[in-house]
Design a protein around this ligand. Structure first.
Ligand SMILES: Nc1ncnc2c1ncn2[C@@H]1O[C@H](COP(=O)(O)OP(=O)(O)O)[C@@H](O)[C@H]1O
Ligand SMILES: [Mg+2]
Length: 205
């Protein structure tokens, strides 16, 4: 089984398809819907990037909610169940809110990474990789964490004059370089993730 939670109630029985408001039970169809909703979310949040933007917890939740409220009742809400993937156990649900608060307190002290326009790209990549690894290990939502976390840092990148981070080099295998790097994040090692981010960061025109 791909996912195991202490109560696997968000999926239709024996599937990886989350119970959804449209009652879609076809994997391809739900995948396509998620892609379309996500593209709209990129457009919306990109258009609304301005100097006053604050990349706080509300912003992260808003991304998830805007993207998926039409499909999922848990859009924009942190999970209240434990989740593991393969041999990885993510942050226990009971500690999730405290851990998220702690991470975002640190992120706030780092000015939400809003002052990297003129700093070395290497430093920016290190910071993104660090916070990305934290969020990956926390795995705040039931589903769609990977995409939401990448979207979040794409907006941080654009704010600082970069293009969306280019992940094309991670490959298309199930166990691609991003997943391998995510596994390392679980033990606090952000080096693989930093390599991916550094390679994917390009200054915008
Ligand atoms: N074995 C693993 N160990 C650590 N992290 C993992 C593992 N497998 C997946 N992940 C992380 O979880 C993310 C996928 O979470 P998920 O909620 O399914 O998001 P999405 O549906 O957007 O891919 C991946 O992008 C990766 O960061
Ligand atoms: Mg998923």
């Amino acid at each position: 089984m791909k996912y195991f939670s202490d109560k696997n109630y968000i999926y239709y029985p024996n599937t990886n398809i989350p119970v959804n408001k449209l009652g879609v039970k076809n994997a391809e169809e739900i995948g396509e819907l998620e892609v379309q909703l996500f593209l709209k979310t990129y457009e919306h949040f990109h258009e609304n990037l301005d100097e006053n933007i604050v990349f706080n917890q509300k912003y992260l939740k808003d991304l998830h909610k805007f993207a998926f409220f039409k499909l999922y009742s848990w859009a924009g809400k942190y999970r209240d169940k434990n989740i593991s993937k393969d041999s990885t156990v993510f942050c226990q649900a009971v500690h999730l809110r405290d851990q998220m608060n702690g991470m975002f307190l640190e992120f706030e002290k780092d000015c939400y990474l809003k002052d990297f326009r003129n700093k070395p790209v290497d430093e920016f990549a290190s910071k993104i990789a660090y916070y990305m690894c934290e969020l990956i290990a926390l795995h705040p939502f039931f589903e769609l964490n990977g995409r939401t976390i990448r979207l979040f840092f794409d907006m941080v990148a654009v704010y600082n004059g970069y293009e969306y981070i280019d992940y094309r080099d991670i490959g298309d295998k199930k166990d691609n370089a991003f997943i391998q790097a995510s596994r390392r994040c679980m033990s606090g090692d952000c080096n693989l993730m930093k390599k991916i981010i550094l390679k994917g960061l390009k200054k915008g025109r």
